[in-house]
Ligand binder design. Structure first.
Ligand code: OAD
Length: 248
């Protein structure tokens, strides 16, 4: 099947050509074709792990080493993969549309590596560590290096806090400035794309609903999702089958 055979692609291309403002909400499905696992699909990260042990403040307080071992493995996986054709296509689209924002739930930095510039990382970023007590930040890889060389107390920050990944964990609020900018982008958009997310995690998913956007909303996902009933059109295809076709 050629990408143009997916119903809705030609119509979407026309709408994008006329759009002044576009917002794209992405999830782990867009990185699946780079080789990273999703969260809830086959082989997904949350399929055989306890979220509360690995991605919650309580889990970190209980066993920081376990949490760092898991995030260390994920960070190494992120460093070993390249952006997919879908990431690259979004970066190219940004160059032809005056107001273009990628709002991502992903923490893998692949939109930035692909060349997207206006990226809002709703759930944080795996490339950075932050202190549990103060505003200090440092590259996450530096903490991993300290852990690997068994530096004394590698997770201790001088203020008395501990270094943790700069990821939004369960039960934590999204960074308010990033969320506010994402809401603004959703409100401004004429066209909104929802790519590779199950739409199960709030408040990210609601950005693509009428509560936050008056845009024409198109979902690109091989599966039906929690957002399908709320969007104007669903294109049942993989992100990299469709997005490169939209670049003029
Ligand atoms: P999920 O695992 O919930 O959903 C992934 C979605 O990607 C599914 O709907 C798949 O059908 C779709 N998908 C898979 N391959 C695809 C492809 N090639 N092209 C397009 N779509 C594809 O992952 P997310 O929706 O990203 O939060 O999960 C949202 C949040 O839940 C994550 O950011 C994470 C997690 O808990 C935090 O860690 C805070």
């Amino acid at each position: 099947m050629s990408p143009r055979d997916f119903p809705g692609v030609d119509d979407l291309a026309r709408r994008l050509a006329a759009a002044r403002s576009v917002c794209v909400l992405t999830g782990s499905g867009i990185s699946a074709e780079s080789g990273l696992p999703t969260f809830r699909g086959v082989g997904g990260l949350w399929r055989d792990r306890r979220v509360e042990d690995l991605a919650s403040p309580r889990g970190f307080a209980r066993d920081p080493q376990l949490v760092w071992t898991w995030y260390g493995e994920r960070r190494r996986a992120h460093r070993s993969v390249k952006p997919s054709a879908a990431h690259v296509a979004l970066a190219a689209l940004e160059r032809s549309i005056p107001d273009f924002t990628v709002v991502t739930q992903n923490v893998d930095s692949l939109h930035l590596v692909a060349g997207s510039r206006n990226v809002l990382e709703l759930h944080g970023k795996m490339r950075e560590a932050k202190c549990t007590e103060c505003d200090a930040r440092r590259p996450l890889d530096d903490v991993l290096d300290d852990l690997a060389t068994s530096a004394p107390e590698p997770l201790a920050h001088v203020c008395g806090g501990l270094w943790r990944p700069d990821i939004v964990w369960f039960g934590e609020a999204l960074p308010p400035d990033v969320l506010e900018a994402a809401i603004d982008a959703a409100r401004r958009a004429d066209v909104m794309l929802v790519v590779g997310t199950s739409g199960l995690v709030q408040p990210a998913a609601s950005l693509a609903t009428k509560r936050y956007t008056g845009a024409y909303v198109v979902e690109i996902n091989p599966e039906e999702t929690a957002l399908t009933a709320h969007v104007d059109r669903s294109i049942r295809a993989r992100a990299s089958d469709v997005l490169p076709e939209l670049v003029v």
